[in-house]
Design a protein around this ligand. Structure first.
Ligand SMILES: [Zn+2]
Length: 468
């Protein structure tokens, strides 16, 4: 049953604050004995030698037990100094863990600061999905850390539930543009270097801090509405005409998603086109990175434009408490692709659901959506089945209740962390009909349930497509 499968939301929350609880998929990542509420990263990056160095200053809060020692996640860098509350601490640095013993233990529930001076040649963290995190490009760098690549470039408490605000100052040779999510506070040029200072005040998970450094042309995506969310493209020169077409409907998409999911949760949205091919685009806080292969001048990848934008609500603003709940990110982003198609004159969500169902029916059925395991957490089937699960819920609730449910979820949980149990409890409030069986079949059993909404009575909602 649902209740016993993952525990109530309260149980999960309690478990998360327990000192022993680590992410079941990445037990080596993060340290649940404290949390960080602000990172101030002051870094210098030289693209030629691929050299990164500087200072990370973390403001943190100890948990219910005093800290004689604690750990940060940080890849192989040279460590200069480590200060806790301004005093030098002892540390060891091995296998991606910077273990720090403060001169005096941090008291239970006490605020404390950590300062780490470090430098080196950043490289991606190796994983089953290839390199994660800081990646040197032909001319510049790109950071895409999901799920555990953040320590490739800064010391962090690398768990998605530990969300913090960020100030990011990066100095680099002046011809390069530095892009990250958040507001650009200052840009100062001295001699041949420029310092870019960005502030991201919204709670941000470590894996969602994105950075792009390169020679980009800035393109504004203008909406007729003066109150619209600022949307900017950073595009290699020469790709600008393609970009203007391929992302031309993003302002419309933004308006639709604000209508469906509530106000856009951040100050602006930056889209970077890295001057390379990328297997898949990647979301970051208030930012997304695509590859040149996602531009064709014919909107061939528009579903991905919708997918990455939807992650700003689902994944970035409303974040998984741990990686078991990844379907909440990907299922809702997938379903947003279908909603965009349906509402912009394309095929209905029902037609997309039928395709996804046909596809899954021909593939192995050994994936439990609500806890897929680390190996399958980015499996294509998780995305498709995630979309289908959301569609099953829409079919059960009806359009009105479904859209209220989704909007309330994104606005009510804004900036927070969530579990699958939180979502199922939330959805149940929108119907008198018990949903336990539906969730059991779609989330907790591997067999593929029948296609939802296939009965004639439910086909009509898919045909209400109208231009957005
Ligand atoms: Zn996604």
């Amino acid at each position: 049953m649902i209740g016993t499968a993952v525990g109530t939301a309260q149980e999960v929350d309690q478990a998360l604050s327990s000192p022993k609880q680590v992410d079941p998929y990445f037990p080596a990542s993060g340290d649940p004995r404290y949390r960080v509420h602000r990172y101030e990263l002051t870094l210098d990056y030289r693209p030629g030698p691929n050299r990164l160095g500087g200072t990370a200053r973390l403001s943190a809060l100890a948990g219910p037990e005093a800290l004689r020692e604690f750990a940060l996640d940080l890849a192989d860098f040279r460590i200069g100094r480590v200060l806790v509350d301004g005093k030098a601490g002892h540390y060891t640095h091995r296998a991606g863990k910077l273990r720090i013993r403060p001169a005096r233990p941090v008291a239970a529930d006490a605020a404390f600061t950590v300062e780490v001076h470090y430098s080196g040649n950043p490289k991606p963290v190796r994983s089953q999905w290839g390199g994660l995190g800081w990646e040197e490009l032909t001319d510049g760098a790109l950071v895409a850390s999901q799920p555990v690549g953040a320590p490739s470039w800064y010391p962090c408490n690398d768990r998605p539930a530990d969300k913090a605000s960020y100030q990011l100052s990066i100095t680099t040779p002046s011809p390069y543009t530095v892009v990250t999510g958040g507001r650009l506070l200052t840009r100062t040029t001295r001699a041949s270097s420029t310092t870019w200072v960005y502030e991201q005040s919204a709670p941000t998970s470590s894996y969602l801090v994105g950075v792009a450094i390169g020679a980009y042309e800035k393109v504004l995506l203008v909406d007729a509405d003066p109150g619209a969310v600022p949307q900017t493209g950073y595009v290699p020169t020469g790709m600008v005409p393609h970009f203007a077409t391929d992302f031309g409907r993003q302002p419309q998409m933004m308006r639709l998603f604000e209508e469906l999911f509530g106000p856009y949760p951040f100050d602006g949205y930056a889209v970077v086109i890295a001057d390379e091919e990328l297997d898949v685009p990647v979301e970051a806080q208030a930012m997304a990175a695509f590859g040149t292969n996602h531009l064709d001048g014919a909107r061939g990848s528009e579903r991905l434009v919708a997918h990455e934008l939807a992650h700003q609500w689902f994944g970035n603003s409303v974040t998984v408490a741990d990686w078991r709940h990844i379907w909440l990110n990907e299922g809702l982003a997938k379903y947003s692709e279908w909603l965009w198609a349906e509402r912009s004159g394309g095929r209905s969500a029902q037609a997309h659901a039928a395709d996804a169902h046909r596809l899954l029916a021909g593939l192995p059925q050994d994936l439990k959506l609500a806890d897929p395991g680390r190996k399958l957490m980015f499996d294509d089937r998780l995305y498709e089945r995630g979309g289908l699960t959301v569609h099953a819920l829409r079919t059960a609730l009806g359009d009105d209740a479904f859209h209220r449910m989704l909007r309330d979820w994104a606005t009510g949980r804004r900036g927070g962390v969530v579990t699958t149990a939180d979502f199922t409890t939330h959805a149940q409030r929108y119907t008198a009909r018990p949903l336990a069986e539906l969730f059991d079949a779609w989330l907790y059993r591997p067999e593929l349930p029948p296609l939802p909404g296939a009965r004639a009575g439910w086909l009509r909602f898919g045909q209400e497509s109208r231009p957005a």
